[in-house]
Design a protein around this ligand. Structure first.
Ligand SMILES: [Zn+2]
Length: 282
């Protein structure tokens, strides 16, 4: 072995140097490719309730203080915070989407009005509120007038169906009710408001649900898959937009920053054709 090494020392050193150079170039390439992806990509953040869980599943709630930390972090770092429809408009108009995030709130909890709206206004943000129609006015859910106030404040109203049934579990004939009738009810209840965004309950969908969502007039739909949105994904798969679930894990900003970075990375890998399944549902 020693003899072999002595004889081929120069050759082996050249091979090692070559491999190192290739890896270095690859590293630089991926880094700059990832950075250019991030300059375009928009993470969509998924929140539910903001405030105390008060006996409801903790995982659905982020405290008001933590949520304000998130908004402050985004604001102080130059991010623009928009609703899904505004994000889509920015892509369609060819505007820069660098440092843009979309904010979404599912289920229509009462605290979305009492806690979220004032904070969004404080940080000049807009958001999409996905409402479960049958829950309007129920205990711990927003009333009709509170939702009307969100719309008046420039927020987007999206459908989270009528009954929050998991769409993949119901008979296909009920899709019309959950998807088409919910749009109709929102239009009727909120002065002709045209709902264009949809959030699948629990993020679950299949090809039949995609076809029905398209047929019943939804422009965009958010899923439970991780990732970020680019002009390409918006054009190719507008009814399968990725979102990143935000929770209250560390009560501060560390986890939030990691989640944001994770959203860009998963989105980047997917955009380059690498779909890592165990990552996509996180
Ligand atoms: Zn939900």
């Amino acid at each position: 072995m020693t003899e072999f090494w002595k004889k081929n020392k120069k050759r082996l050193a050249a091979v090692v140097a070559f491999i190192a150079a290739v890896l270095l170039c690859l590293g630089f390439y991926v880094r700059s490719d990832y950075q250019s992806y991030c300059r375009e990509a928009v993470p969509i953040l998924e929140y539910h309730g903001i405030g105390a869980a008060d006996g409801w599943p903790q995982d659905l709630f982020v405290s008001s203080a933590t949520f304000e930390n998130h908004l402050k972090y985004l604001h102080d770092n130059g991010y623009k915070m928009v609703a899904v429809e505004e994000m889509a408009a920015m892509f369609n108009k060819g505007e820069s989407t660098e440092k843009v995030v979309a904010l979404t709130f599912d289920d229509g909890y009462l605290d979305n009005y009492t806690n979220v709206l004032p904070l969004l206004q404080k940080y000049h943000a807009t958001a999409t509120f996905f409402i479960v129609h049958s829950k309007i006015g129920h205990y711990r859910y927003m009333t009709h007038d509170q939702i009307q106030a969100l719309i008046a404040a420039g927020m987007e109203l999206g459908s989270h169906t009528i009954n929050h049934q998991i769409l993949t579990d119901i008979k296909p004939e009920f899709l019309t009710w959950e998807l088409a009738t919910s749009r109709y009810f929102f239009k009727k209840d909120f002065d002709g408001y045209v709902v264009r965004s949809l959030s699948y309950p629990n993020g679950k969908y299949d090809p039949e649900i995609l076809a029905a969502s398209k047929k019943y007039g939804y422009y965009w739909a958010v899923t439970g898959n991780a990732g970020a949105v680019t002009k390409n994904t918006l054009e190719q798969k507008p009814l399968e937009l990725g979102r990143i679930y935000i929770n209250d894990e560390d009560g501060g900003i560390k986890t939030f920053r990691e989640r944001l970075r994770y959203s860009y990375w998963v989105g980047y890998l997917k955009a380059r054709g690498i779909n890592i399944h165990f990552l996509s549902g996180l």
